[in-house]
Write a protein that binds this ligand. Sequence first.
Ligand SMILES: Cc1cc2nc3c(=O)[nH]c(=O)nc-3n(C[C@H](O)[C@H](O)[C@H](O)COP(=O)(O)OP(=O)(O)OC[C@H]3O[C@@H](n4cnc5c(N)ncnc54)[C@H](O)[C@@H]3O)c2cc1C
Length: 514
Amino acid sequence: MKTNVVIVGAGPTGLALACQFIRYGVDFVIFDKKETTTPHSKAIGVQARTLETYEQIGLADKLIEQGAIAAKARMVVGGEVRGEVEFGEMGKGLSPYPFILLVEQGKHEKILYDFIKSNGKDVQWQTTLESFIQDESGVKAKVKNANGEIEEIEAKFLVGCDGAKSPVRHSLGLTFEGSTFERMFYVADVQIDWKFNQDALMIFLMKSSLLAFFPMTGENQWRIVGTFPEEFAKDEGEVLYEEIEERIKQDTQLDLDITKVNWFSTYKVHTRHVNKFSMGRCFLAGDAAHIHSPAGAQGMNTGIQDGYNLAWKLAFVLKDKAKAELLETYNEERLENAKILLETTDRMFNLVANPNWFISFLRTHIFPYIAGAAFSIDAVKKFAFPRVSQIGINYRNSSLSRTDGNFSVRAGERMPYFLIAGKSVYKNLTEPKFHLLTFFDGSGNPPDFPENFKNQYVDFVDFHDLPLYPNIAETFGAKESFMVLLRPDNYIGFICADVSLEKLKKYLAEEFEQ
Ligand SMILES: Cc1cc2nc3c(=O)[nH]c(=O)nc-3n(C[C@H](O)[C@H](O)[C@H](O)COP(=O)(O)OP(=O)(O)OC[C@H]3O[C@@H](n4cnc5c(N)ncnc54)[C@H](O)[C@@H]3O)c2cc1C
């Protein structure tokens, strides 16, 4: 079997990457040792940046239809509700999706899988990676298929989306350093009979533990995530459900009846990342490259963004539209992001479960009373939303990012969200290409690039000539005409105060031409 890219693993990372390859017209083979998509709820928090990328392939609305917006959080201390925070529109004006969407991973994966099938492709289920080798021209993977036969897949590139224990990472000899939390987590999807309805996330603030109930679709259905106390001596797999139920009742200090248990699991949380996201023609994405605490609902979303970053680079190199060195920027950009992610999720976990008396005092006696007011302040929203939603992730330090001029938005940042004639700017940025946006201030001649230049880059760049509307001038901190070259993942590659062909050509030649 011959293909361009072989994807190992069809969890959310592998499936979302396959969807991107369909978008770019890249041939691929994807396989997984499982029988089909997960039946479990697992990762339920879907972030705005994921929805923005799904919008380009028509999947954002499908996901929203299947889920619920996390609108409110209620904070409970010692069995009493002590505060409420509204955050259903926390990112208003910052993204077309100003919220966190709650949708079960099972439903999410099914939407991605249906997209793959509706485009004439499929996942090879019950197919396990046995081994692989690579040389300068390609990769050969040996797999055992559903009939127990060994097959060989020849590809130009391989992407390991094969989860935390990643056989691909092990074969490549990459390290996965970090630490493992001593505390054990539990997760349970249950039906609860109690006085609260499903309009809010319930956060139970305690001295040294974490407990949260997430409303799910279906009557009285909740996802519970919690930690056992530090002194709890059992290991993963040794815990009985009865112990979990006992713990939940003790920690909530509320009168509740768990009437049905759909799924429960216990796990230890690791905080680790690889030393490198790629080796030769092989790449890692998702949990195979980074794992961390579930605080902040970041893991799956990060895996999806890894694939989104890699897909366009592989597509452009495979189609000879860019030099092979472009692929090195995948590690450059995503490794830095993984390092920051681990620090942030560790910090978030510390805030919600640190037993230190002072932090615990703030958490249980101060935070619930001030959180509601704090989250209604615009500055707090503008600080918190970009961090949680992943719209604030930037590649300013990337070798692909070049800022020429004085702007409040710099190269390496995601294209900010704004409206043009009442319509989201992203609606015009769905073609899987670079986008050159020239904003004209109305003085002198409008910027115009020669036809022969446009023809030369017709497969590479979409050209958009726009007036410099006041909201755009304000967003970018620009008073005069300027241009922005967006990469296919809608990150700014080049922003320049001088709308001239010369500087643009220089950037394109230096970064992409072979
Ligand atoms: C309780 C809990 C709650 C969470 N909540 C959130 C949340 O709200 N938001 C969020 O963003 N993240 C969340 N996460 C994290 C999220 O679940 C993971 O980050 C995500 O599932 C990783 O996806 P992945 O595709 O990279 O890996 P996986 O989902 O692990 O998929 C890897 C796939 O590779 C396959 N595979 C492995 N080895 C082989 C092989 N040799 N051959 C073939 N196939 C192979 C496996 O069968 C598997 O299907 C949560 C995690 C937990 C445990």
